[in-house]
Design a binder for this molecule. Structure first.
Ligand SMILES: [Zn+2]
Length: 321
């Protein structure tokens, strides 16, 4: 073996193998993500963001109703995202208020993409026992928010928790007349709402705009995405966090372009008005925002560039709380 081959990678590996030393390569790729958990404080409250995973959605002409698919793809390229496939992530929150453990929205329950349904695994990885969750607080009744109320076998995922839902969502989705009027694509959603809530209907507590569904968390009506869609203001001491659920979907598209109508918004005009009002509020007051479909860990601030332009600024990863 020449000096040259010994110094080359192949030569070095061969000589190590001959010497019976440890292999320097060949460990199998993990092929999956490590637990998706991130913690931050809101005053004295401890918030744990938990990923439920991702659904990868092909970017088709109908995804944004009032923009050309070329404009949508350009916006994705500008954000260094594959212009043909949008990763829609799901991030729920477990809020430890000191007296209660509150889970805000529940993820897909494994009912959507095979790459989603990780919430309970991540909750356990975060050291939180699902049986110790006191309150499950729901923002709206889309499948990625209520699907995880029950495990795939139908058992309650948080067996000791009180489930608390928006009054206006309940009124809309539990109305059989609304169900019969709904487009075919929505029928599945109406059915899921019934599967999830009917068996425990008498135990589900409903909350209204402006109320405090659980201590330290107040409700802000943000309709449009769904008729009774709610956001939350979590307050502890002088600190606060706005949890705005689906006021925007991916920020690279819908924070940058608040006038764009994502296909999931049920009343697009109302959703746009809500989005602009909330963007203005959090940008002006420099509030932290958690968005269910923001990139993990799904928390940051909204910077206002000029009268109509906003950008999402993710929070810096904090290795020590
Ligand atoms: Zn959603």
């Amino acid at each position: 073996m020449s000096r040259r081959t010994i110094l080359s990678g192949a030569g070095a590996a061969a000589s190590l193998a001959c010497a019976g030393g440890p292999a320097s390569a060949g460990a199998p790729a993990a092929g999956r993500q490590a637990p998706g958990v991130y913690r931050y404080k809101v005053g004295d409250f401890e918030v744990t963001a938990l990923t439920d995973g991702v659904a990868r959605r092909p970017v088709t002409a109908d995804f944004v109703r009032n923009a050309s698919v070329d404009d949508v793809k350009t916006a994705l390229k500008d954000a260094f995202i594959d212009p043909n496939v949008l990763p829609i992530t799901f991030t729920l929150l477990a809020v430890n208020t000191g007296s209660r453990m509150v889970v805000i929205d529940t993820g897909t329950g494994g009912r959507a993409a095979p790459t989603a349904g990780q919430a309970l695994e991540n909750l356990a990885a975060a050291g939180i026992d699902a049986r110790a969750v006191d309150t499950v607080l729901i923002s709206h009744f889309h499948p990625d928010h209520i699907g995880g109320v029950r495990a795939k076998d139908g058992a309650l995922a948080f067996p000791n928790a009180e489930v608390v839902v928006p009054e206006a969502e309940w009124a809309f989705w539990m109305d059989d007349a609304e169900m019969s009027r709904a487009a075919e694509g929505l029928q599945k959603n109406f059915k899921l709402v019934r599967d999830v809530f009917k068996p425990m209907a008498k135990d589900v507590r409903r909350y209204k705009d402006g109320s405090e569904p659980t201590p330290g968390v107040s409700a802000i009506a943000t309709p449009g995405h769904t008729p009774g869609h709610m956001s939350f203001r979590i307050s502890s001491g002088s600190d606060q966090l706005i949890v705005w659920s689906d006021v925007t979907n991916h920020p690279a598209l819908f924070v940058r372009n608040p006038g764009w109508h994502v296909v999931f918004d049920m009343d697009a005009t109302e959703a746009e008005a809500t989005r602009k009002r909330m963007l203005d509020m959090v940008a002006t007051d420099r509030l932290r925002v958690a968005g269910f479909h923001f990139p993990f860990p799904a928390v940051g601030r909204i910077a206002q560039r000029n009268a109509r332009e906003y950008a999402f600024v993710p929070e810096n990863w904090n290795p020590a709380i």
